[in-house]
Structure formats: C-alpha cells, structure tokens
Ligand binder design. Structure first.
Ligand SMILES: Nc1ncnc2c1ncn2[C@@H]1O[C@H](COP(=O)(O)OP(=O)(O)OP(=O)(O)O)[C@@H](O)[C@H]1O
Length: 242
C-alpha cells in the first residue's frame, strides 16, 4: 500500500514561496488508480514526489509501511517503484532486447523479451533488435517503455500521461494495453490521465486541483465532481475571453 501523509511541495519563484502540493493525504491500495484533474493542478508533481524525482518539502511517504520519504530514486526503484515519463527517453546504442533485459534485472531469453513486447501489442520480431533511437515513433516508444515497466514487475508502476503526444489510433491501442495490464499485472498501477477511457478502467480515481486532493473514490463518485471542476474552468475561460 502507498500512503502519503501531509505531503507538501513548495518552490521559491521570483523570491516568493509557491505551494504546489498542499497537505496531500492519501492511502492507495487498489490495483489501478488514476490521478486526474485540471492542468497545472499538481498531478505530475505528485507522481514525481512519489517516484523520488523531487523531494517533498514536508510530509511522509510510506510504501507497504516502510518510510521511503528520504529514499533516492534508485532506492525507491529497488523498493519497487517504476516510473514511465510523459516523454519516454530514447537510448541510442541500446536495442529493445537490451532494454527489456536490463529492466527485468536478469538474463532473459529472446522469447521472454518478445513476450513482453507482445503484451503491449507490438509484433516482437519487428522490434526486438531495433535500436531505441529517433527512428521509433512516439507511440512505439511509449509501448516499449510500458513493456519495460511490465518486465520490471515492481510493486508500483507510475505512468505520467501515457496518452500525451500520441495519435488517436495509437491511443485506442494503448487503452487495450492498459485494460490488459489491469487484468494481468501483479502490482499496482498509478496513472495520471485526462482521458475518460482510462478513468473508466480505474478502480479508484483521485481528483487533484490547485495542489489539493479534491475527491477520492470510484468513477461514479468522482466524475460528477470532475465535470463541475471543468465547467467552472470553462466558465472562467469564457469570462476571460469576453
Ligand atoms: N519546479 C517548479 N518551479 C516552479 N513551478 C513549478 C515547478 N514544478 C511545478 N510547478 C508548477 O506547479 C503547478 C503544477 O504543475 P504540475 O506539472 O504538477 O501540474 P499537472 O497537474 O501535472 O498539469 P498538466 O495536467 O498540465 O500536466 C504548475 O503551475 C507548474 O507550473
């Protein structure tokens, strides 16, 4: 279980303190949790705080009862947290097989590596020996990154807006990948998304706005609140536009 107690994150901008996360309290033990909310609400910051990319200004983070607040990214990775970036990283000189083997942490066969690619809907023989460089499309890279996360098989896998920057066709396939992961994965998935189809497969949704947790619940409980928030935003945008 992941637990956040009074987590705050503050930056100093133009000599003024800016609170980006305000006393976040969460207990998450569901298999598939989606974090959603308006742009700039603090979702990515929260994911980065959980993965250890940034340290909270105050508060505590526990993974299965262990205080990981002061763990580095590497220590958190060893404790069982994987993080997939919004823009996946390219690794020039490494093949897809190399990356999946590294991710799995053991010497796996080509057939095993291929099985991870098949899980994300990629035809393994076409990709296994390809270099992870700029010749791969955004959608392909994203799926290879997801295959790596599956190969790592950690307790907690965090995805920051996996839908960002991919076309509609790739997005439809990506949804199927997540639906499949929801059924198959051993650990938990924490996914930041604005997409209703992703929210629809979540066991729990966390709505974050203005650095605060506004609501935690099932989609039936959270979506109406989310619609209210987006209506409020559109009304504001209308007023600004007028
Ligand atoms: N290091 C930083 N310094 C200054 N401001 C920051 C920093 N990190 C985040 N912010 C600000 O904090 C707010 C929340 O950012 P964050 O990226 O977490 O939002 P988000 O909910 O993920 O947004 P989006 O949906 O647009 O991806 C934004 O206003 C952002 O500009």
């Amino acid at each position: 279980m992941l637990e956040l107690k009074d987590v705050c994150f503050q930056v100093n901008e133009d000599a003024k303190d800016k609170e980006i996360l305000k006393n976040i309290n969460l207990k998450l033990d569901d298999r598939f949790v989606a974090i959603t909310g308006p742009n700039g609400g603090g979702k990515s910051t929260l994911a980065r705080v959980i993965a250890g990319i940034v340290r909270p200004t105050s508060g505590k983070i526990y993974l299965d009862g262990v205080d990981i607040t002061d763990y580095s990214i590497t220590e958190r990775a060893k404790a069982g947290i994987s993080f997939a970036f919004q823009q996946p990283v390219r690794f020039k000189g490494l093949t897809v097989k190399d990356l999946i083997t590294l991710a799995s942490g053991k010497d796996i066969s080509v057939a095993e590596a291929c099985s991870y690619l098949s899980e994300v809907g990629l035809c393994a023989k076409d990709y296994i020996d390809r270099e992870v460089n700029a010749s791969l499309s955004g959608g392909e890279l994203k799926r290879i990154e997801i295959a790596m996360v599956i190969a790592r098989g950690t307790k907690l896998s965090i995805f920051d807006e996996p839908e960002a920057g991919i076309d509609l066709w790739s997005f439809q396939n990506l949804i199927q990948v997540f639906e499949h992961m929801h059924e198959k994965i051993n650990g938990s998935i924490l996914i930041i998304s604005h997409q209703e189809r992703i929210l629809n497969i979540a066991d729990r949704i966390v709505l974050i706005a203005d650095g605060e947790v506004r609501k935690v619940g099932t989609k039936e409980e959270v979506l109406p609140e989310l619609l209210k928030t987006s209506e409020a935003c559109s009304t504001l945008m209308d007023k600004i536009a007028r």
